[in-house]
Design a protein around this ligand. Sequence first.
Ligand SMILES: NC(=O)c1ccc[n+]([C@@H]2O[C@H](COP(=O)([O-])OP(=O)(O)OC[C@H]3O[C@@H](n4cnc5c(N)ncnc54)[C@H](OP(=O)(O)O)[C@@H]3O)[C@@H](O)[C@H]2O)c1
Length: 244
Amino acid sequence: MGKTILITGSSRGIGRATALSFYEKGLNIVINYIERKDKADEVVEILKSRGINSMAIKCDVSKYEEVLEMFKIIEKNYGGVDYLVNNAGIAFPKQCQDVTLDEWGKIFGVNINGCFHTVKLAAPHMISQKWGSIVNVSSIWGQTGGSMETHYGATKGAIISYSKGLARELGPSNIRVNVVAPGCIKTDMISVLPEEVLDSFAEEVSLMRIGKPEEVAEVIHFLLSDKASYMTGQVLGVNGGFYD
Ligand SMILES: NC(=O)c1ccc[n+]([C@@H]2O[C@H](COP(=O)([O-])OP(=O)(O)OC[C@H]3O[C@@H](n4cnc5c(N)ncnc54)[C@H](OP(=O)(O)O)[C@@H]3O)[C@@H](O)[C@H]2O)c1
């Protein structure tokens, strides 16, 4: 039974591109989504056409009971999660004083509680086999803070410190935990931003353009893989050279 990869939020955007960066036959890749079953099924079909076992599971990562159910399905079909990518995330630009208590709870629920839920359930299998690789998706706003993104940046900063702690705690069990911090990447997440905002953002970037999901996916793939076998607790920026 080959190794199993769970990528949360892999029906679209960076998660989808990460799933589609794999070609090795015999892998099991679990596609997770919350609403877009059509998109998740599309990714599964492409992977199956490459000889990869794949299934789509609907699960809101902010809800522990749903994540527990997802893990039961994975364990029944594939044994356990060997590679975990915590990618599912939400964002909505707002001034700090306008963020409601519900919105604060919701963004923390998905972006950081979601990571905690999957790690809590994946770790026992990884520890027992003394092997595992985890990549958590943060953001440049988690490193620098972002105006109108204070709530989002707080969740993404938490992902970095959570991951660094995990790397220390799980390292002796041969489990690596790394972080990718993307800059501005062309996905549905940023489609709410007006074209002029994106253009002005691109002007701040050394490479003078917005990134592509595949450019983040390649770095996630590298960190997951044995090519990064001596890397843990690291945060790799994939931001085209954007500094504050
Ligand atoms: N795009 C950027 O510029 C950028 C920059 C820095 C960091 N990031 C981070 O990169 C990650 C991916 O972003 P993206 O731009 O690819 O986003 P996206 O295009 O909006 O896709 C979001 C994905 O997450 C899933 N999702 C949302 N809420 C979920 C939940 N509660 N439970 C399970 N799945 C959920 C969506 O599923 P459905 O398809 O079913 O809705 C979708 O597959 C996020 O963590 C984001 O914060 C993105």
